[in-house]
Design a protein around this ligand. Structure first.
Ligand SMILES: [Ca+2]
Ligand SMILES: [Ca+2]
Length: 155
């Protein structure tokens, strides 16, 4: 009888924990259906001097189209040359929110992340961004080509 009395609450607790974990850490497939590449500023104004300030004027953006927070830990964005940005462990993008990922260095905030590169990533002559799950499955892309006077594209 003692075993029976304790087995029910433990089973209930395990069930609750499973449900909470499912809400807090969405499967990559769920995140992939609701987060997209939304823009790239590939050729910021001014000469490409490689200063950190100018590198940070080069960026891409992503948007969470859903109303729920999405855990992007380990998700990746790559260019044609396979330069790879990995979203930090524990990084969560709130619902209906855009994050900007700048090429240069600085301290990350909730909606601004830094790739910490010393050179430009997004080729002015054309490039393609690939948004991938932690397992490397591409679920969104954004391609641009050179166009006189244009500095950025929407995806
Ligand atoms: Ca560029
Ligand atoms: Ca590139």
């Amino acid at each position: 009888m003692v075993v029976r009395r304790f087995s029910l609450p433990i089973a209930a607790l395990a069930s609750t924990l499973t449900a909470v974990a499912a809400l807090a850490v969405p499967l990559p497939a769920m995140a992939a259906s609701t987060v997209v590449l939304s823009g790239i500023q590939y050729d910021p104004a001014g000469t490409d001097t490689r200063t950190n300030a100018h590198l940070n004027q080069e960026f891409f953006t992503i948007r969470n189209l859903s109303t729920r927070p999405i855990n992007l830990s380990g998700f990746m964005v790559k260019d044609v040359a396979n330069h790879t940005f990995v979203f930090p462990r524990g990084y969560v993008l709130q619902g209906r929110t855009t994050a900007i990922i700048r090429t240069g260095r600085n301290r990350n905030t909730a909606v601004t992340l830094y790739w910490n590169q010393g050179n430009y990533i997004w080729n002015n002559t054309g490039d393609t961004a690939r948004f991938q799950t932690p397992a490397g499955k591409t679920f969104d892309t954004c391609t641009h080509t050179a166009m006189a006077g244009r500095t950025r594209v929407a995806c």
